[in-house]
Design a protein around this ligand. Sequence first.
Ligand SMILES: Cc1cc2nc3c(=O)[nH]c(=O)nc-3n(C[C@H](O)[C@H](O)[C@H](O)COP(=O)(O)OP(=O)(O)OC[C@H]3O[C@@H](n4cnc5c(N)ncnc54)[C@H](O)[C@@H]3O)c2cc1C
Length: 297
Amino acid sequence: MTREVCRKELAPRVDAFEREGGFPEHAFRTLGALGLLSLPYPEEFGGGGQPYEVYLQVVEEIATVWMSVAVGVSVHALTCYPVAEYGTDEQRHSFLPDMLSGDWLGGYCLSEPDSGSDVGSMATEAARADDGGGWILNGTKAWISHAAHANYYTTFARIPDLGAKGITCFLVPDGTPGLSFGKPEDKMGLHGDPVAQVVFDNVHLDPDRRAALFDALAELRGRSLRPCKSHDIVARRGKRHGDAGAETFGRSGEKQCRSADTAHCRQIQRRMLARRTICATQPTVKASVRTSGAPAR
Ligand SMILES: Cc1cc2nc3c(=O)[nH]c(=O)nc-3n(C[C@H](O)[C@H](O)[C@H](O)COP(=O)(O)OP(=O)(O)OC[C@H]3O[C@@H](n4cnc5c(N)ncnc54)[C@H](O)[C@@H]3O)c2cc1C
């Protein structure tokens, strides 16, 4: 089915979007309506209830036709993960069905101008609102796929008094006062994946917009925050399993995709895809936690 949809719905649009840029919203709505944005999530909330292997195969199939959309699918899957895994039951029931059906498309706001691989140096802050009812976000995120096109932004911010261990996760709806976007980055490729800065200027969020990711990170107290970053996990798993290919993905850096060498660029894009998709897998995160000796959830 995925192959057929890609051929009929995606392939005819690839050239124009990649030449002229723009956000292929139609592609995501189509994939969402067919259940291809929700594969690894529970059926109870409208997910596909499929193993991650199936999800990865689907992303791979999409990537063979349109890499930008495959990146977007994996970004969207990432945006759902904190709610599905660390949200309250109420959050899961109120947000996940729209997220998983693709009626809402997500942006994933982790990277910052001065905080890429080193997530712990993140500067975006979340403070309690003066009235005690919710949170105020301030900071700038960088390289955010779907910026200005998403319906919500899964956003990581630091609660200052708690240091690096206070990094937690918030859902910021599009249109929230104080939320704005930079000009799209002028990339060498992936033009159907517009990326831009996302600015949070005194963005006020209701209390229910915080997923309890902090509680999960607290389990890793005293340990690296790396379980948040895909390529580190892939690298460490690859190394453990003697998979030399996976290990070479570990530190090659997405910025290399700006290489003028097309063959090299394609190779890096494939690696990027592997990193991003594997990042979304709960079994991967669990495996990483167990290896480091922290208590399994
Ligand atoms: C097309 C595109 C889309 C993106 N979409 C998103 C998105 O939707 N959301 C989001 O949050 N981010 C997004 N990003 C950002 C991406 O996740 C970051 O670029 C990535 O995390 C690396 O950060 P950085 O670019 O600051 O590189 P840096 O962290 O500065 O790393 C530069 C180089 O140094 C290496 N390096 C870093 N630390 C170490 C170390 N300790 N030891 C050895 N080597 C090291 C890296 O592997 C890399 O090669 C996107 C980027 C691109 C290019």
